[in-house]
Ligand binder design. Sequence first.
Ligand code: UTP
Length: 622
Amino acid sequence: MTLKAEQILANSQFETKKSEKVAALGLIDPMTEAKSKLKGPAHSIRKAVIPAAGLGTRFLPASKTVPKEMLPIVDKPGLLYIMEEIAGAGIEQVVLIAGRGKSAIEDFFDTSYELEDQLVRAGKEDLLQRIHGVKDMVEVISIRQKQAKGLGHAVLCAEPVVGQEPFALLLGDELMITAKNEPTAIGQLCQAHQEQGMSCVAVMEVPLEETSKYGIVAAEESPGGFLRIRSVVEKPRPQEAPSRFALPGRYVFESGIFTHLKSVGAGVNGEIQLTDGMTALAQQEGLLATTLKARRYDAGDRLGYLQANLELALEHPELGPGFRRYLKEFVANNRAMFSSFMFAVLMPLLVLLGALGIGGFSSAAWAYIPEPSMILSRTGLNNGNGFYQLEQDVILPTESEPFILRERWTVRDEHQMRLEVEGRGFLQGIVNMTLVYDSHQRHLVDAEGQVRSSRLSEDWHEPFFHFRRAATLRSLLANLNILPAEDELARDFVRLSRTGGGVTYAFGTPTPVGHFQLLPGLWIEQDQFVIRKLRLPSQVLIQADDYQRFERSLWMPRLRTISWAAGSREAKIQLTAVRALPQNAQNQQLVNPAQLKTQAKEVTPLRMGDYELIRDFYSRFR
Ligand code: UTP
């Protein structure tokens, strides 16, 4: 290969004391802001590669002259978000692989004397600073990929500049957004690479029907919450996907990847696939995968691009409030059109929930409500033959206002209960739904007023055990040769839940989402000493806290926390009331699915983010 760095675009001609100047002007310096995200111990990654030379066919005709990576998202090119992510990780040099329309990228990072002069004359120092801030962030080296011969080929183009050191790779059309005070996505990966001393890439879970859009990994669990990749399959059909873990376009590679890319050579369409190189790397040197704490948008896809614009505009400090007002008004004035849009593109929450039971999530769902027989024996009137009612708030934290959903469970027994969910705060009147559970079936009403039913899995119910002494359990099990020796236990022995004075432990390898075969594992119900195979598809962690006495001296946790998706998602459940209800016809009607028919209500999720988070929680846990 005879490629060499063509141009160094942005560097020393800009003063190094810029941040002081900015502070004096009272302006926000994007560089300082991006760098302030850098957290934790240092890592050794100094170079980042951004391939931005693809043909962008999904974005034609817009991408004919402007690379899709330069299309604006709210008020800056998508590429700049990625530059900020890199700068925020403390990486100082970026190797940009550009193709057609390269000049748009070069011009962006080049000095624009005329424009800057104009801004100075007009006294628009703030705008000037925003332009300079971009160039100060990192040193940009641009390399041309003369033909779009695949992502693997694009990465190889960076070899002359990267050389023999490990480097970060960020796809130019994938945005990863993190909270201001959190490490950036690539920063998290650099840290993981530093700790593990091995190439490390990001993965995310995708629905089975979407595996054909991504590179999908075949992997097994590795210590520290990582997956160890065996191979990577490029865009497999759902039935051929080895898992549901997809590559969202963030990687940290040892330089050995170059050798592997050269040796795998061109595949389909004469393209060199990065995924082929990764398989070789995984098999010969080792490759780890981890999920990242970040929000991701596929900005190379038109729908993903629109989603990014909408959500980032809502969060924009200047534009957000006005845009939110506009959107609310727009929805109110165009209700019919909006709900049909929701129906066609996003699907209302209820419809989706209805579909979930049929689609396959239900086998993974556990409902985290306390075990009825125990509560009924205490609260139910007529010697435990009554009903009980439980009220709780489900709080889903977001970067801004949390989503709060009030739940009211009316429980006859574990096979007959009703759940009413109502949005609180700004979700009031937006989320409103009722589900009835009856003999292993879940029933709900969709947006068209139709009852939809789905079957619940056998392990749908949360166990609720009496508590004895947790401290001695581990050694006891080890002494009985049920579990390995104590020192080997430290890694794999996980406390899953502690509810109502009971503790559930897992030992072994919980089955992650996307693995079709249950991995070996034990589920230990401490008190009863029952040991059975663990089926924990989502690697859900449940913790209970703040025990209080409720009606009839019932000792229950007021606060339960469920975290999933490798800790990136969390729901807090605050129990506010548990009360006994008599056994009468009125209560019996509440848990009757036939009653659901009168309960149809329109559901109009307001923002994509709300929708996705709420949908995720309810599809997994209810
Ligand atoms: P994509 O497959 O998403 O990009 O590659 P594409 O080929 O441009 O898109 P469509 O499918 O035709 O719409 C992921 C990233 O890799 C870059 C792209 O620019 C994108 O950022 N890429 C891909 C290259 O730099 N060179 C290539 O030959 C292929």
